[in-house]
Design a protein around this ligand. Structure first.
Ligand SMILES: NC(=O)c1ccc[n+]([C@@H]2O[C@H](COP(=O)([O-])OP(=O)(O)OC[C@H]3O[C@@H](n4cnc5c(N)ncnc54)[C@H](O)[C@@H]3O)[C@@H](O)[C@H]2O)c1
Length: 412
């Protein structure tokens, strides 16, 4: 095999691209990590991992073994037989798909692709993105019409902070634009993952990814709405959920929370909803679920304010755990933002702490000794001093269930 044949370039070295890069190194590939954020690029070049799931040591070892190279020069993709795109696909201000970053990544690589390169998109998007957006762009911008490129989709399913499931033991969906693309993508992922699931078209893979995360959005919304209905009628929703969870089939347990956050659950279903609307239909269940989940921080704000003792001179509220989920420092789309904003709008003085987050919207965390009239646990981040604060007599609303056994703690 030539050097090019055993090389893979990965565009974007974030939560998806960097773990993939390390898994590919582990599987024997030479990896070129392309990253255009200067801070991230310089950090990785200095051997510092920007994501919790990848140890800095792993990056340093891969670099010193000559198996991993970080670059901010996109022309380096010419040295790879496979180029995997792992860049963000966010929403715009109207909460509609914003493919600008994906399009910029595709237009960046296209002129450097050589014949026989396989381009794979792992970025989550609406059905048809690879066929209607990625492939035509490559066809238009490649350096010569004679260059033949294979194209496939392999949606990433990584779950940051998960210690059980990772690249190797999470089955991978693969769908190519044609037989060769599919076969080559299946071969690539077979070298990394225990199980590769070949589907008939890229659209099947793209839609399946959206179904997975929409399933979560809808079920989270269902249980969040049930929590409010039960609280109104003095029914303990957790006892209800535990009771329902004894059914051995046809039920999956979800628990109420402050809302949904991160790059996936609040975002991906909106791609499906937008796509439905573009096609003259309506994904009403998604729109309703989104509205319920977006309303949760406001509901939580009301519940925590109700815990402030009557006659308290101040309305100081501490938010504990502001990352969108435990074990990560990621605050993208965190529902803690809407909670904070509503508490402030309702006249509260708000501070926050999170052992994994050192700065949030330009603000720094307070220490455990910050005097407050009530506290709310938004995310069960490891290492939080909830017990210390509750033991001081501060009423705490726990949106996670992790601290419900403590005195002075009320569960959402
Ligand atoms: N984070 C998750 O849990 C997760 C899970 C499954 C799928 N996804 C999907 O994977 C994709 C990537 O998400 P992520 O969480 O890894 O994002 P991320 O922001 O953590 O990482 C993306 C990286 O790409 C870089 N980048 C952007 N444009 C670039 C370019 N033109 N050239 C080089 N680098 C570029 C960014 O600087 C960033 O470091 C998204 O489509 C997302 O929906 C994410």
């Amino acid at each position: 095999m030539s050097d090019r044949q055993k090389s893979v370039a990965i565009i974007g070295q974030g939560y998806v691209g960097l773990p993939l890069a390390m898994a590919a190194v582990d599987a024997g590939w030479s990896v070129i990590g392309v990253e255009n954020s200067r801070a991230k690029y310089e950090g990785i070049a200095a051997g510092v991992s920007p994501v919790e799931d990848v140890a800095s040591e792993l990056i340093k070892d891969a670099m010193s073994a000559g198996k991993y190279k970080i670059t901010n020069d996109v022309s380096d993709v010419a040295g790879a037989s496979i180029v995997v795109i792992c860049v963000p696909t966010p929403l715009n201000d109207k909460r509609e798909p914003d493919l600008a970053i994906l399009e910029s990544a595709v237009s960046g690589i296209a002129p450097y692709l050589v014949s026989g390169t396989l381009v794979i998109s792992e970025s989550t998007s609406y059905p048809g993105t690879v066929r209607e957006v990625v492939a035509p762009m490559i066809a238009r911008l490649k350096s010569s019409v004679d260059i033949q490129v294979d194209i496939a989709v392999a949606p990433e399913r990584v779950n940051p902070g998960d210690v059980k499931y990772h690249q190797k033991n999470t089955p991978r969906l693969v769908g190519g634009l044609d037989e060769t693309s599919t076969r080559r993508a299946v071969d690539f992922y077979s070298s990394i993952c225990d199980e590769v699931v070949e589907v008939s078209t890229p659209e099947i893979a793209e839609t399946a990814k959206l179904l997975e995360n929409t399933f979560r959005l809808v079920n989270i919304a269902l249980v969040n709405q049930l929590a409010q209905l039960c609280d109104d009628q003095n029914i303990n929703v957790h006892e209800v959920i535990d009771a329902a969870s004894t059914k051995p089939y046809g039920y999956m347990k979800f628990t109420p929370s402050v809302g949904v956050g991160g790059h996936c659950i609040p975002v991906d279903p909106m791609y499906l909803s937008w796509w439905a609307e573009r096609n003259g239909s309506k994904a009403s269940i998604i729109d309703e679920s989104e509205a319920i989940n977006l309303g949760m921080p406001i509901y939580v704000s009301k519940r925590v304010r109700a815990l402030i003792p009557a006659g308290a001179k101040s309305k100081r509220v501490l938010i504990m755990g502001i990352a969108y989920k435990p074990g990560v420092s990621d605050v993208r789309e965190t529902p803690a933002t809407a909670l904070r904003d509503d508490l402030i709008a309702q006249g509260c003085e708000v501070a926050w702490l999170d052992p994994l987050v050192s700065e949030w919207d330009g603000l720094t965390p307070v220490g455990v000794d910050w005097e407050c009239d009530a506290a709310v646990v938004a995310t069960a981040q490891p290492g939080m001093p909830v017990a210390v604060i509750a033991a001081r007599g501060v009423p705490v609303l726990d949106c996670t269930g992790a601290f419900a056994h403590l005195e002075n703690v009320t569960r959402l």
